[in-house]
Ligand binder design. Structure first.
Ligand code: SF4
Ligand code: SF4
Length: 102
């Protein structure tokens, strides 16, 4: 997904993707996006992207639709907290069978 390119907002905090390794390996919850609620997807135009801006691991894409790199998402839930339309919810990893073959 790359580092952020918004120099004005993020100049002093530009995390590199995966600095702590594949954090998806030890995450205990993960974000689920409802694309029908997500504003860029609903409007089919660039808008909002607060989850991209606030994600501390820079693993949210600024695309339509948005994507989250689960290899590095650490499940902090900030994206779910910041979303103005509640398009992201957190699900528990326990009991969820994810395909880890990559
Ligand atoms: S913060 Fe919510 S509405 Fe905004 S881009 Fe992210 S998921 Fe979509
Ligand atoms: S749960 Fe945290 S690390 Fe994962 S996408 Fe959301 S803000 Fe980023």
């Amino acid at each position: 997904m790359g580092t952020r390119d918004c120099q004005h907002i993020c100049d002093e905090s530009s995390p590199a993707v995966g600095e702590a390794g594949k954090t998806g390996e030890w995450r205990d919850s993960f974000p689920v996006i409802d694309q029908e609620k997500c504003l860029p997807a609903r409007q089919n135009k660039p808008s909002c992207f607060l989850c991209w801006l606030y994600c501390p691991d820079a693993v949210v894409s600024r695309t339509i639709p948005i994507r989250i790199d689960m290899e590095y998402c650490k499940g902090c839930g900030i994206c779910a907290q910041i979303c103005p339309v509640h398009a992201i919810s957190m699900a528990n990893e326990a009991g969820f069978c994810r395909d880890k073959t990559d």
